[in-house]
Design a protein around this ligand. Structure first.
Ligand SMILES: C[S@@+](CC[C@H](N)C(=O)[O-])C[C@H]1O[C@@H](n2cnc3c(N)ncnc32)[C@H](O)[C@@H]1O
Length: 249
């Protein structure tokens, strides 16, 4: 049987750019740690162990971690990006939040899908991308410009700490991607939660390989009182899909 082709509809130069960027991300990760798991769990565990609040040893540890990640893509795996793209088209999602953005690889998939659902439904919508590092945000913008207006015009990139940048001007959200350091995951969800629509999807990356870092988040979404129904999708290292279905009052 023929293997399935990519579901992504995009001009050839965009597909070529995506392949190139995924490959660069994979090569970088291989060069650092052997595989993505080692970056996200070992390095993050060290980071988390020293704390994430300001002051004390946590600051020094965080600076080293941020410094290490400054030139790294750490892009979401291609099959996860394609799944997300399919899901947005299936849901007719038009308002999406991405935490975080890095050099903007997964953002390109989100933008392509949102452009298509907007065209199909006539609804308005935006991909709200978030990145705290100015230099990474600049590079992301350059890749989006290479993709063209179809991608570039969908994206509202908010540069700075997302715990601040997501506090304001959030439309009703259809989908939230959590692809960020694990200590930020639950604070991000709690910031966006009041704006999630009934049936919104929350996707969180590496929930198996970084299970320790995800403990608080998973406890929260798996508590039925919080209104989510959850499934760990069998992608590499785990990809948690939580659907927001709160009981009506
Ligand atoms: C795993 S990378 C995102 C990869 C991206 N989704 C992709 O597939 O190309 C996580 C990014 O989140 C950013 N980040 C970490 N903490 C943040 C915060 N508090 N606010 C905004 N961005 C943050 C990091 O600088 C990093 O670039």
């Amino acid at each position: 049987m023929a293997s399935s082709q990519s579901p992504v509809h995009a001009p050839p130069h965009v597909l070529e750019l995506l392949s190139e960027l995924h490959q660069r991300s994979i090569d970088q990760e291989a060069a650092i740690a052997g595989d993505r798991k080692n970056i996200t769990s070992e390095t993050e565990d060290q980071y988390e162990a020293r704390g994430t609040t300001t002051g004390g040893a946590g600051d020094e540890s965080r600076t080293k971690f941020d410094q290490l990640m400054l030139d790294k893509f750490i892009a979401l795996d291609q099959d996860k990006c394609e799944f997300m793209y399919q899901l947005i088209n299936a849901m007719g999602a038009t308002n999406v939040v991405e935490a975080g953005t890095s050099f903007g690889v997964s953002t390109i998939y989100l933008a392509l899908a949102v452009a298509q659902t907007k065209a199909a439904t006539g609804k308005s919508g935006t991909v709200i991308a978030t990145e705290k590092e100015t230099s990474k945000a600049e590079v992301a913008r350059r890749y989006w410009a290479r993709c063209g207006a179809q991608v570039e015009e969908q994206i509202d990139l908010r540069v700075g700490d997302l715990r601040e940048t997501l506090k304001v001007d959030l439309p009703v959200i259809d989908l939230l991607l959590l692809d960020i350091w694990t200590p930020m995951v639950l604070p991000t969800l709690k910031t966006v939660l009041p704006r999630l629509r009934h049936g919104a999807v929350v996707l969180a990356d590496n929930t198996i390989s970084s299970a320790k870092g995800y403990e608080e988040f998973l406890t929260f979404v798996r508590n039925p009182e919080n209104g989510f129904r959850n499934m760990t999708l069998p992608f590499n290292n785990g990809f948690e899909m939580s659907v927001y279905l709160p009981k009506s009052e």
